[in-house]
Design a protein around this ligand. Structure first.
Ligand SMILES: Nc1ncnc2c1ncn2[C@@H]1O[C@H](COP(=O)(O)OP(=O)(O)OP(=O)(O)O)[C@@H](O)[C@H]1O
Ligand SMILES: [Mg+2]
Length: 297
């Protein structure tokens, strides 16, 4: 077993501290070290200030970064003093630095918002970038509002499109439900093709009962391997005739974690993050784990 750390991104924001606490718990559970990373962007040319500064602009930014990291380490230890924490200040742009860090990480955990952005922004650009380009599983921590504390109880919900694209998400969701000993709700939505609008003039009746039964059977079949591997997980299968985002958001009401693949059947080679996962990231009321097919650890 490698000792890849759980990485949490720290930028001095409330949301990042929620992520740090979530990551601390997860690191202890995974028996991994927790690495707190702050990317400090030092502009090559400092802003013009018409008075002499007591010290270099970059120096001040780095000092502030170290303070944020120290505050985050204290927050992590307050969750569980068994957590093995180290801090890492890297000079560079946040999205790029964290993407590089993700290649060596077991998991990357970020807040949904940071210090930048504007009020009303649902998810910041760093979190979106990592959901697209992270080289390992990425969790964006949030609660009912982007900056509120995440829920700590409730089931785990996983979105299943019955294709291999969601298998990494299923691995992650089953392992998490087993470790946390909470129920797992596997949700498959099947109306995404809007069949009834496809042939508006055809004298044809679609038998939704039969389609629904087929989809249910498809879900049960797709979950076979995981059901066998995790007999202890209380699995609830739900196949619903709804659009994916609406169906999954409804199912995730009251959940503590929503797990999704990075793209579904509608994706194309090279696509990083499908529209369903993007929308869920923006509108979920609980933390969202995004699993690219090749990043299951
Ligand atoms: N410089 C950074 N170093 C480490 N982690 C960061 C940094 N900036 C952001 N993060 C992580 O990403 C999360 C989301 O912040 P993000 O920067 O995406 O949102 P924002 O500041 O609200 O918006 P934006 O920066 O896009 O204007 C933070 O909670 C934190 O976990
Ligand atoms: Mg930011």
């Amino acid at each position: 077993m490698t000792n890849r750390p759980v990485v949490a991104g720290v930028d001095g924001s409330v949301s990042a501290l929620h992520a740090v606490r979530w990551a601390a718990k997860e690191a202890v559970r995974r028996e991994k070290p927790l690495r707190l990373v702050h990317a400090c962007f030092v502009p090559p040319k400092p802003p013009h200030v018409p008075v002499a500064l007591p010290r270099e602009y970059g120096e001040a930014l780095i000092e502030q970064g170290h303070e944020w990291l120290a505050e985050a380490a204290t927050a992590a230890r307050s969750v569980d003093d068994r957590v093995e924490v180290d801090t890492d200040l890297r000079v560079g742009a946040a999205a790029e630095t964290l993407t590089t860090a993700s290649a060596e990480a077991d998991l990357v955990v970020l807040g949904s918002r940071g210090l930048g952005g504007f009020s009303g922004l649902l998810v910041g650009s760093v979190s979106v970038a990592l959901a697209h380009h992270g080289q390992c599983p990425v969790v964006v921590v949030r609660g009912r509002t982007p900056e509120s504390a995440p829920p700590e109880t409730g089931p785990i919900v996983v979105g299943v499109d019955n294709s291999a694209n969601c298998d990494a998400a299923l691995d992650f969701a089953f392992a998490s439900a087993a470790a946390l000993e909470v129920p797992l709700l596997a949700v498959h939505t099947w109306n995404d093709l809007s069949l009834e609008h496809g042939w508006p003039v055809m004298p044809m009746q679609l038998d939704y009962t039969r389609i629904g039964e087929d989809e249910e059977r498809g879900l049960t079949a797709h979950l076979t391997a995981w059901r066998e591997k995790y007999p202890e997980v209380r699995l609830v299968e739900r196949s619903v005739r709804d659009r994916p985002v609406r169906g999954l958001l409804k199912a995730a009401e009251g959940a503590q974690l929503l797990v999704v693949g990075s793209h579904g059947r509608g994706g194309f080679a090279g696509m990083c993050l499908g529209s369903t996962s993007q929308s869920l990231l923006h509108h979920s009321t609980c933390p969202v784990a995004v699993l690219r097919p090749d990043t299951s650890r």
